[in-house]
Design a protein around this ligand. Sequence first.
Ligand code: SAH
Ligand code: SF4
Ligand code: F3S
Length: 446
Amino acid sequence: MIKKVHVRTIGCQMNVYDAERMKDILRLLEYEDTEKPDDADLVIFNTCYIREKASAKLFSEIGKLTPYKNAKKAKGQRMVIAVAGCVAQALGDEIKSRVPFVDIVLGTQAYHRFSNALEVVLKQNSQVVDTEFPPESKFDFLPENKTNAVSAFLAVQEGCDKFCHYCVVPYTRGAEYSRPIESIMKEADILLQQGVKEITLLGQNVSAYHGIGKDGKTNSLSGLIHKIADIKELTRLRIMTSHPMDITEELIDCFANVPKLMPFFHLPVQHGSDKILKAMNRKHDADYYKRLIERIRKKRPDIAMSSDFIAGFPGETDKDFEDMLSLVKEIGFAQAFSFKYSSRPGTPAADMPNQIPEEIKEERLYRLQDLLRSQQLAFNRNMIGKKTKILFDDNGKHGDKIFGRTPYMQPAFIELTGNIRENLLGQEREVVINEAVLNNVKGKLV
Ligand code: SAH
Ligand code: SF4
Ligand code: F3S
């Protein structure tokens, strides 16, 4: 009998990738995906621990499944509930004791053992908590990556050794690990054979990639980019996300010399005040970041820069905050994510004095986002009248329009005439942009 699995994923692209890989495992166990949890045989919460808001909701969300779980039980069936991802890794046993009807808690480096966990739950009727960082790499045990997408993620690096003072990732994802080149190339081939045209190489800190090649030599991210870009079937390549201290000249050169590597660079800076950057343990100052962007723009003038910012870090004064706004003004971002500082258990910043009151954090975030939005709009508007290429990656219902992305990552809606929609999916075509708003651009095929 075909069983049903409902997966809820929040958090970063790595979590999205993990969700797909869990589905690959479950497909072999004859589970098919379902949009609704109501009648699912298995519900997976693939969680994020980065800020309090994301993790706090988990317990109430699980609670909402109680009626469905009971209804299934009344029919003599069972709904297995699993918590995976970063909250599972961070809280482990606490989840089991707070919500006894959670059957499986599976950490970020242990989800290749999903089948074993399910077997224990279904056959022995006991709970499983597996939050080990096992000696083996999960990537060696995952089945083939199945997809029908045009654009796919490929995890090449995981974990982080940077220990920024606000961040839980080094604890939830573990130490920095790079997959060997061969294993990555094999996965890239499998994706491309299934029709994927764009690959995003993922890592919590992808710029620190240092994977072993067939010849036993270590490859940097730039080496990996060259190897993947050489695959004929690939149209576009992207990387996500990087740390300023790991950006080499060879990587910058890739943006200039590897045509398939798209001119969009997500390079989180977090702040613009040297004092706060130091307190954050970022290991660089504002000037270093500004000079780095200068070097990148010298080699690839049209590059779209993206970043992450945290407002209201402990000790942030009005002056520090103004320094952040000045950095944003000086650089000009095509897009950015910005967050209120959220105190995370176990991180050094949680115990720092001078925590910023909520109202001030909110006010500062609002001002920061206002500035970032105006830059994003300006960047989008700057495309009006220009020719660019769109990779069409979504055949969804957009009326007479088809969706794709510009090289700069902007969502784009392109007007269609006649019945050419089918042919365009997966193709990269030239368009002219004639309209731009904050969140997307619109255009026509040329
Ligand atoms: N590995 C990536 C992203 C880490 S998490 C990187 O270093 O770039 C994504 C973003 O969440 C971070 O860049 C940071 O801006 C934000 N973030 C992390 N911890 C946070 C916290 N405690 N409060 C608010 N934002 C946080
Ligand atoms: Fe977190 Fe810093 Fe590592 Fe990014 S570089 S994952 S912000 S510790
Ligand atoms: Fe969240 Fe874990 Fe990603 S904490 S941001 S899902 S690495």
